[in-house]
Write a protein that binds this ligand. Sequence first.
Ligand SMILES: *Cc1c(COP(=O)(O)O)cnc(C)c1O
Length: 382
Amino acid sequence: MTRLSAQDEAAYAALAQPGVRGLCAYDPGLDLVALRRGWPAGELVELGSNENSLGPSPAALAAFAAAAGDLHRYPDPLGGTLRGALAAHHGVARAGIVLGNGSHELLMQLAQVFAGPGQEVVASRFGFAVYALAAQAAGATLRQAEALPVAAAMPRGHDLDALAAAIGPETRLVYLANPNNPTGTWFGTGALADFLARVPPRVLVVVDEAYLEYVTDPALRSAVELLPEFPNLVVTRTFSKAYGLAGLRVGYLLAAPGLAAVMERVRESFNVNGPGLAACAAALADQAHVARVRASNAGEREALADALRARALAVTPSQGNFLLVDFGRDAAPLAGALVAAGVVPRPMAGYGLPTCLRLSVGRRDENRRLLQALDAALGGSR
Ligand SMILES: *Cc1c(COP(=O)(O)O)cnc(C)c1O
């Protein structure tokens, strides 16, 4: 019998389940902890993770602080208050809502529950990296549908025809994001309904709406309205983006109550912490804050896109709080120059887009710092 050596990852990987053996951990981008050490507080412009630089509702912060008095208690294992508020907000039954420690957890568990060895998971090229991770970790095979061409109105966006064509007899799950990360591209609710009508009822379709609160195109509404018509539809949402609560790790899914009940079987009973439950209920009640965030982001998003296009850069249309920018050459040196200037982008080489960077839309002062750093790096004199 061979001895395990503590530093030998490969030796331990050989003991892991087949799906995990070939897996690479999620790439969270540049090392922010190290970067923050190099800058005075508040000086580093963090545009790498699509966080909300306006922060959460003050009501959420107050609820969080109040809940800190109960840290010696386990949280409500059913998350009843938050789920009830979410049910009212979305006009669905509470039994159709499952809470997650971030929607990332739910995206992983959906594959764990509904896909496995010998079965397939379909996602789009340039789709969110977690879908491939979820499929592989479950031991399922990822079947990647080709994305729309760069010349399309939605460059590298989801090609719903290609996704439908990739569904085969072994397909159990389809993941798609609307709007998509990292492209920012989107499609309307009508197109989604047409797609769902083409999917066999035994195949679950997960629509990841992490950025839905940022959407300003009236053609795109939440897929929640399609749940009654399509019992194989699952919608995931998060408090990490427009609600400005990424640090709390709270997400949720909406689905048929029967499907939600199956997901509940694998949910760790206290997966959402007490302050998280309290803060998210308060954040949900403050829709005026969400509306302010949406309006502010929409204005800054278009202004930033215009400023980048004025610099002859290829900017993908976006309905999220970020822009995918194609520099037409290796973007790694540029990323390095931005970081040196205290502006953190998200490199895209891991997505097969080495000439691109993803840039979160920040506050106006942050976007100005970004443009200044870009101009210096590109040798411009604007
Ligand atoms: C940020 C993001 C999420 C949210 O992840 P959480 O775990 O809820 O923080 C989910 N999907 C996509 C596409 C994202 O970009």
